[in-house]
Design a protein around this ligand. Structure first.
Ligand code: FAD
Length: 154
């Protein structure tokens, strides 16, 4: 199997899109991620997977905290911006919850303390214990086969 086949297979799994945020020494860092899942209800745990190439990895290893910001379908530009794709005219608005930056108007801001980290292959899986939540009404941004889309409900 070649890498392209593997990537194409993973791209068949339609996801939402998040921006992970964290703060180290008053410096805010954000990064687009769709490798996110809910792990446990009791205790409340989530997982994210961060590439060894991403600057975010060192930031979370230092801060021991992160926020999963689930984007709305009006925030595609933010997803592209935080994936390092140059988008003109993007203005990023952060709010602060519990002393950590979150993306304003995201559908959900899920504030976590790092509970554990597992280096697996070229990624690190962080398990986050959820300490705070904020929800906002709206429609989700979706990602499928490498492209953005909208969710149509039945
Ligand atoms: P950089 O590339 O330096 O930063 C990312 C961008 O965010 C830059 O444009 C930077 O200017 C901007 N930025 C950072 N902080 C701020 C700030 N405070 N204010 C304003 N702008 C800021 N990679 C993974 O490891 N895991 C995933 O699950 C994952 N999922 C992805 C899903 C999608 C849909 C896409 C498009 C990409 C995904 N990526 C994922 C790739 C990842 O988003 C990019 O590789 C990203 O560029 C890595 O970010 P970085 O931490 O290295 O920082």
């Amino acid at each position: 199997m070649d890498d392209r086949l593997f990537r194409n297979a993973m791209g068949k799994f339609a996801t939402g899109v998040t921006v992970i945020t964290t703060k180290v020494d008053e410096h805010i860092h954000g990064m687009t991620a769709n490798a996110f899942m809910s792990v446990s209800l009791n205790p409340r745990l989530v997982a994210i997977s961060i590439s060894e190439k991403a600057k975010m990895l060192e930031k979370i290893n230092n801060s021991k905290r992160f926020v999963v910001n689930i984007l709305s379908n009006e925030q595609k530009n933010l997803s592209m911006h935080f994936a390092g794709q140059l988008i003109e005219g993007v203005s990023v608005e952060f709010e602060t919850i519990d002393d950590i930056p979150v993306i304003k108007n995201a559908l959900a801001n899920i504030i976590c303390n790092v509970k554990s980290a597992y280096v697996e292959g070229d990624h690190t899986v962080f398990i986050g214990e959820v300490t705070e939540l904020k929800l906002t009404d709206g429609e989700p941004l979706a990602f499928f086969e490498g492209k953005y889309g909208k969710v149509v409900k039945d």
